[in-house]
Design a binder for this molecule. Structure first.
Ligand code: UD1
Length: 357
């Protein structure tokens, strides 16, 4: 465990480049399994989850190497379609390998990802959708075995706009026979980034960013490769989008400390709901192109209501940072967490630091 010593009391000032998005790069790494060729992913953050995803690829028999912020991946000859427990448990979101493994091999065997500090993390929506695409799934105590020699397109209406389920369906459905339509799909920018990558691989995917995503599919066979896909080219390059949660976190840190910070390589449209709440707390924010400037000279004002929702609503991944901001703001703010049932654990730690709520 690493220990961080933080000396507080100084306004944050300066300019910083926002790194690539963790939640965008992970499904793109998993999707690279679909192409059976070389890919180069640019703007990849150097994080343990990314290392874990690369280790999964290596375990499967692919090559994966980092060079600065680029990942070079070759999925020409994966040798197996199972992911062992210790690798699944290193990264909660390893379940996004299920769809691409099933599409590539017609078979996948993974252990259950288990819960986490946010509470139980069910994958029922993922499994229900894969069954609709024709997969047979056996659920053991700690493992899932999926088989589908022939995937077929389906109309899938998600009970919740789950990010991971939407990604898994997209990645499995590109190899299904006929069209798949996902209704109530997650609309997060990371889904659009996955669509961009899948299109580069030659697959017909449209609608990401809206609640309806269409995947045109192939012949249903695991070895189907789209015309004009990567096998007919040298290497597919893809630049991962900037991390909207990192951008929001840096803005929040500036607001809390009364600082002045400039972010480069940001996408203001991806954090519109976050910037609106920071303005409500009294910060001045200007966005131009991929640059966002925040100035926070006074103590933050209370924020009447922060309610976490699927995108484009206020992100649950920004809730803890705003919780901290509200503890130093004037007046009383209200926070409602709608996405994860157990996401207030930071409150107990802030209490120990003198917060009142
Ligand atoms: C992704 C993000 C995570 C973010 C979350 C919500 C990645 C790698 N992680 O996680 O940072 O906090 O979106 O924006 O992109 N649910 C079910 N059944 C399922 C799947 C989900 O009930 O089969 C529920 C979850 O328990 C949760 C809600 O749906 O309450 C949203 O989860 P989901 O959108 O799937 O989150 P993740 O994809 O795991």
């Amino acid at each position: 465990m690493s220990i961080w010593h933080i000396t507080g009391g100084s306004p944050l000032r300066g300019q910083i480049r926002v790194q690539g998005s963790k939640n965008a790069v992970l499904p793109v790494i998993a999707a690279s399994l679909l192409c059976g060729a070389e890919t180069e992913l640019l703007n990849c953050p150097n994080l343990s989850d990314v290392d874990a995803a690369m280790d999964i690829l290596r375990y499967l028999g692919c090559t994966a190497a980092r060079c600065g912020d680029a990942l070079c991946i070759d999925t020409t000859a994966p040798a197996r379609c199972d992911i062992p427990r210790e690798l699944m448990h290193r990264m909660r979101s390893s379940v996004i390998f299920l769809g691409p493994l099933l599409a590539r091999f017609g078979e996948a065997e993974v252990s259950l990802p288990g819960g986490c500090e946010l509470g139980p993390r069910p994958i029922d929506l993922h499994l229900h959708a894969l069954r609709l695409l024709g997969a047979e799934i056996e659920e053991g105590e700690d493992s899932i075995v999926c088989r589908a020699s022939h995937l077929r397109g389906a109309e899938i209406s998600l009970a919740l706009p789950s990010v991971g389920a939407t990604e898994n369906i997209m990645m499995a459905a590109v190899r299904a026979e006929g069209e798949t339509v996902i209704q109530n799909a997650a609309r997060e920018p990371e889904i659009e980034d996955l669509q961009t990558f899948l299109r580069k691989l030659g697959y017909g995917v449209s609608g990401a960013g809206s609640s309806t995503i269409r995947i045109s599919g192939g012949c249903g066979c695991a070895d189907h490769v789209p015309e004009g896909g990567p096998l007919e080219r040298d290497c597919i390059a893809h630049r991962v989008i900037p991390d909207r949660i990192v951008a929001g976190t840096l803005l929040c840190a500036a607001a809390i400390t009364g600082g002045e910070v400039t972010l480069c390589n940001a996408v203001p449209a991806h954090i519109a709901s976050v910037m609106a709440k920071l303005r409500e707390s009294g910060c001045s924010i200007r966005a131009e192109g991929d640059v966002i400037r925040i100035a926070a000279h006074a103590r933050p004002r209370e924020i009447k209501l922060i309610e976490t929702l699927p995108y484009p609503g206020f992100p649950t991944d920004m809730q803890a940072q705003f919780f901290a901001l509200c503890t130093v703001a004037d007046g009383t703010s209200m926070i409602v967490e709608n996405v994860f049932e157990n996401r207030f654990k930071h409150g107990a730690e802030l209490l120990r630091m003198g917060a009142s709520f």
